[in-house]
Structure formats: structure tokens, C-alpha cells
Write a protein that binds this ligand. Sequence first.
Ligand code: BG6
Length: 306
Amino acid sequence: MTDLLASLNADFGLEGHVHFQAGENGLHMARIDNDLATAEVYLHGGNITAFQPHGSDPLLWLSPLAQFQTDKAIRGGVPVIWPWFGPHSVDSHKPQHGFARTASWQVSHAGALADGSTQLQLDLRDTSATRTLWPHAFALELVFTVGTELRIELTSRNTGDQPFTAGAALHSYFAVGDVEQVVVEGLADCEYIDKLDADRRKRQEGLVRIHAEVDRIYLKTENSCVIHDPLMARQIHIEKGGSRSTVVWNPWADKAEAMADFPDQGFRQMLCIETANAADDVRILAPGDAHTLSQRISLHREVPRQ
Ligand code: BG6
């Protein structure tokens, strides 16, 4: 363990930017601390569990009960969902949301950009374990750029000789002051699949407000979303690329109680807005083809409405 950390620091550690250390439960983590922000990225799942521009409150929500175990996804941050979103389409024994969020990712690059931000790249390739779950050859690249804003780019490449279909999501858990006071802009008039109502298709009227459990896939959504958070006096802007579907999820009280890694009242301080390739937005990649799913997250001061 210590030897691995020493070699990660020797190969990719960068003074004033990235240091590899043992995180929760000894799992390897890249701690990013530059002139603009701090962040924590676990190699387990390629999950960025913390991002905080200097002078701001944390942007991402991480469950205080998250279980940092190699066979479980970390509850919070931005789990990487791939190569299928939700339950597997034909085999309910296969893991929900695919295997990328529980895989061990490799570091392949760390660097400093001219504007003071830090870039970290993680890679994941097929193994005999992934081929048992999904019989395809692939290469995934996950690039984090940590500065005053956070950019995440997930590139999937088909390295095999047969086409494949992949779903995905950057399953982002955002920290909010009180979810009932938050409004989400950017999805008005969009059609959505209501996963809590037999997948019925409905249309969003106006802003999204959360006063109960919500589990929806919004379709044909390429625009940015903005979380307006009056209690924290801030807006979170989520701009996306390579995505035409957006998932909005909050488990509310009963589901929160049923989850061992979720505090009973934790649903009030979080909201998932997921940049996705879900439902009919899955991507078919021919051999050699690549697709990039990306999001840019930035904080802005909320000017109180008059
Ligand atoms: C969301 C799904 O993306 O993730 C929900 O739309 C699901 O249906 C939620 O409950 C959390 O999933 P998990 O597997 O992390 O508990």
C-alpha cells in the first residue's frame, strides 16, 4: 500500500497541485490543492468526492455514512456510471449502474495548467472481470480539471472489433442548503420519463422544485441547468457536452431510511443532477470510435429576487 502511494507520488505527484495519500478506509486518493481550489479524487470508482473553490462552501455532497469499500460505490461526489445506466436491461443480477463506479482506476497523467488549475487523468480498461459482465474491449479516460470551476470529461473508446452500445452518467451529488427551497432552471417544457410512475412520459412545467421523492430522466436536454439555492446564496451552473439526457434524483425520506449509507435526513442537503447518456440517449460506438461525455460545474453568487 505504502509502496504504491510512494510510486504514485514519484510518477504523478506535483508540488502545489497533487499529492496521493490514503483516504477513508485506506483507499488511495489524489488530494488536489492548488491556488484556486481543493478536491479529492478516489481511484476507487474514479469518484471526485470533494470540490471546493477557495473561499466557497463545498459544492459536492458526500454522505457522512458513505462506505469506502472496494465492492461498493461511494455514496456522494460524482460516481461514474458506465456502461449502462440503472438496472441492467436483461440481467437483474448484474450491478445497477454498471461497473465503472466500483472499478479501480489507474492514474495516467497529472499536470498544472497556465491558469493555475490542476489536471488529473484516470484510465480504465477491460479486464476478464469486466468482460464477464460486459463482453467488450474498451478504454475509458476520465479527466478532471480543478480550478475555480470543475470540469469532468469521460471519453469511452471502442478498442474491440465489434460495435457496442454504452449508457453513462456523471452522477453528481450537489450540496444544497435545503432541497425544498431550491429551484432548478433549464428543464422547462422538457419531456421526462418518470421512474416513479411506471416510466410514464410527462412534460416539465416551469422550474423543477423538489418536495417529494424524484427520479426522472429528462430527454432531449443539451442546455445547462442552474441550481438556485437561496439558503446558501449561490447558484450552481452545470454545462454539459455529449449528453442529451439529464437525470434528477432525490430519494426523500423512505428511500433514504432504507439505504445503509445515507443519513435519514440527508436527502434535505443534496440533489443529484446527472449529465447522462440514458434511455434513448445511449451511444453506439463502432470499432475505433470514441465518445466524450463532459460537464463543467461553476459557482455563482445568487442575487436575491426582489
Ligand atoms: C439514480 C437513479 O441515477 O441513481 C435512481 O435514477 C437510483 O433510480 C439512484 O435510485 C441511486 O442509485 P444507487 O444504485 O447509487 O443507489
